[in-house]
Design a protein around this ligand. Structure first.
Ligand SMILES: O=C(O)C(=O)[C@H](O)CO
Ligand SMILES: [Mg+2]
Length: 258
C-alpha cells in the first residue's frame, strides 16, 4: 500500500494552517503537503511538523497577479524575472520549513502563445533546477474545466518538457484527478511515465471529493501503484464533502492505513 500525505491546501479548510497540521497528525498522516503557505512562518511550520514527526513534502510556487487571472508564471512569456523572484521565494520558504519539493506552477497561457510558453517554461525550469539541485521540482497539468487556458493538461506534455529541460530533479506530479478529467487511461499512463513520476495526488472524478465515489476506482489505482513498484507518496488532495475527519471514512472503505 502506498504512503499517504495530507494536502493541507484542501483538508481541514475550517482552521488555520498550524491547526491543520495538528489535525493531520491526529488523523494518523505521516506527511503533509501545502499549496501557498507564504503568510505563515516557515520556522513555525517546521517546528509544528517536528513536534508531530510529520514530513513536509512540498509547496507551490507563488501564483502571480491572481486578480489579473494569473495562476503561476512558469510558462508565461515576458514574466521570467517575476517567475525567478517567486521561485526564489518558494525555495527560501521550502528550505527553511524543510520541504523537499516545489510544484512549479506553469500558469495560464493564450493558445497563440503556446510555443513561446513552452520555450519560456523550459528556460525557467533549467535555471530553477540549477538553483535548487537538492530540491525536486514537480510539474502538474491542470484540467481545462477547472482552469481554462492552463498551459498543459496532459501527462505527455509534462514528460516532453522534462525531457527538453534535461535536469534530473524535475519530475511529474501525477494528479489522478486532473488526468482523469483531462484524458483518462490512467493505468497505461502510470506505467508509461513511472520513472518520471515524483508525486501522485488523488481525488474523486468528477466531484474532486473523497476518493471513494465517482468514475475512478481508487482501490484499483492504489493496487496498480503497488504493482508497478511506485515508492513515493500519494497526496490526498480532495475537497471534503463535509467534515474532513468524518470524510476519512474512505480509508476504511478502501482498506487504507495512513
Ligand atoms: O490543483 C491542484 O491539483 C494542485 O495540485 C495545485 O497544487 C494547485 O493548483
Ligand atoms: Mg494536484
Amino acid at each position: 500500500m502506498p504512503k499517504f500525505s495530507a494536502n493541507l491546501g484542501f483538508l481541514w479548510p475550517d482552521r488555520p494552517l498550524l491547526d491543520r497540521i495538528d489535525a493531520a497528525a491526529r488523523a494518523g498522516f505521516r506527511a503533509i503537503e501545502l499549496h501557498w503557505p507564504y503568510d505563515v512562518s516557515a520556522e513555525a511550520v517546521r517546528e509544528r511538523c517536528g513536534r508531530h514527526g510529520l514530513l513536509l513534502l512540498g509547496i507551490n510556487t507563488p501564483l502571480g497577479r491572481v486578480d489579473a487571472g494569473e495562476f503561476g508564471l512558469g510558462a508565461v512569456p515576458g514574466r521570467e524575472a517575476d517567475f525567478e523572484r517567486g521561485f526564489l521565494q518558494a525555495l527560501e520558504w521550502a528550505e527553511a520549513a524543510g520541504a523537499g519539493a516545489i510544484h512549479v506552477m506553469a500558469g495560464v497561457v493564450a493558445p497563440e502563445r503556446k510555443e513561446a510558453g513552452r520555450a519560456t517554461l523550459i528556460g525557467n525550469l533549467r535555471k530553477a533546477a540549477a538553483l535548487a539541485p537538492e530540491t525536486t521540482l514537480l510539474l502538474e497539468g491542470i484540467n481545462q474545466r477547472d482552469k481554462p487556458g492552463y498551459f498543459y493538461s496532459t501527462i505527455a506534455e509534462k514528460a516532453d518538457v522534462i525531457g527538453q529541460t534535461g535536469a534530473p530533479n524535475v519530475r511529474i506530479m501525477f494528479d489522478v484527478y486532473h488526468a482523469g478529467v483531462s484524458e483518462g487511461d490512467i493505468f497505461r499512463k502510470l506505467a508509461a511515465y513511472l520513472p518520471l513520476i515524483g508525486h501522485v495526488q488523488i481525488a474523486a472524478v468528477p466531484s474532486r471529493a473523497e476518493p471513494d465515489e465517482g468514475e475512478i476506482d481508487y482501490a484499483h489505482v492504489l493496487a496498480e501503484l503497488d504493482r508497478l513498484g511506485y515508492r513515493g507518496w500519494v497526496g490526498c488532495e480532495y475537497k471534503p464533502r463535509a467534515g474532513t475527519d468524518e470524510g476519512l471514512a474512505w480509508t476504511r472503505t478502501l482498506n487504507v492505513t495512513l
